[in-house]
Design a protein around this ligand. Structure first.
Ligand SMILES: N[C@@H](CCC(=O)N[C@@H](CS)C(=O)NCC(=O)O)C(=O)O
Length: 253
């Protein structure tokens, strides 16, 4: 059995979608990242970077000790190798897929995360208009550029890595379908091939099922004070602050 340490965010959906696509059974263990669960000692033993998703496979291929993994890219590669699905065996084809998987991890995910931060959260943290304007321009500009990179690739290919649906699509879709909501819905007009692919992937039953996992988890109404504390925990992480959060979480378990 697989334990998935998870909260319903784009990085979490990558793994629920992959597990649904592969038809693998799994237990969801919620990691409330606004409430500090990512600093609990038992979670940090699996994911030392205090980020979800993370996964423990109690029956890894070949037997032996349970395998604990963090970083969604590594998790998708592992599940593809374990099941023999969504990653071709042919070496050239395999690396065509992996280059896009790494592209998502290093580009689209971080740039969208930062664009979201500057557009939707930073105003609660700094009131310096220059800082806000620069951060927003830089990261929204990058998301625009990266959308063009995907659009060009998808103008010549049905899927990101070519003819076949793969872990490159599974890892990219949970961020890509949110681009219009993050930037502006009218921007899809500039990127019709990207929009066609977003809609094609969205129609897959496993994608719909993966997106719904834990949808109820983040829905509790929060007081203003709770919102402030969650923002402080998520967006102001230094080594000292993370150490204090770790000590607090260790004391409460
Ligand atoms: N590169 C990582 C990113 C994971 C990540 O940023 N997770 C966020 C939620 S989407 C998180 O756990 N945040 C907790 C924190 O900031 O302490 C991956 O793809 O797995």
């Amino acid at each position: 059995m697989i334990d998935l340490h998870y909260w319903p965010t784009p990085n979490g959906w990558k793994v629920t979608i992959m597990l649904e696509e592969c038809g693998l059974p799994y237990n969801v263990i919620p990691v409330d990242i606004g409430g500090g669960d990512q600093f609990k000692p038992e979670f940090l033993r699996i994911s030392p970077n205090n980020r979800m998703p993370a996964l423990v496979d109690h029956t890894p291929p070949g037997g032996g000790e349970p395998l604990a993994l963090f970083e969604s890219g590594a998790i998708l590669e592992y599940l593809a190798e374990k099941t023999g699905q969504f990653l071709p065996a042919d070496v050239s084809q395999k690396y065509r897929v992996l280059q896009w998987l790494h592209w998502q991890m290093a580009n689209l995910g971080p740039m969208m995360g930062n664009a979201n931060h500057f557009k939707n959260y930073a105003a609660n943290i700094t009131d310096d208009p220059k800082q806000l304007a620069y951060g927003t321009k830089r990261f929204v500009g990058e998301v625009d550029r990266l959308s063009g990179v995907m659009d060009a690739q998808l103008s010549a290919n049905p899927y990101l890595a070519g003819e076949q649906y793969s872990i490159a699509d599974i890892i990219t879709w949970p961020w890509a379908f949110l681009i219009g909501r993050l930037i502006d819905e009218s921007m899809w007009e500039k990127f019709p091939h990207l929009k066609r692919w977003v809609d094609d992937v969205a129609a897959r039953p496993a994608v719909q099922a993966g997106r719904k996992v834990g949808a109820e988890l983040g829905k509790r109404e929060l007081s203003e004070e709770e919102e402030r504390a969650r923002r402080e925990l998520l967006f102001n992480q230094t080594n000292d602050k993370v150490r204090a959060a770790r000590e607090k979480a260790a004391g409460s378990t």
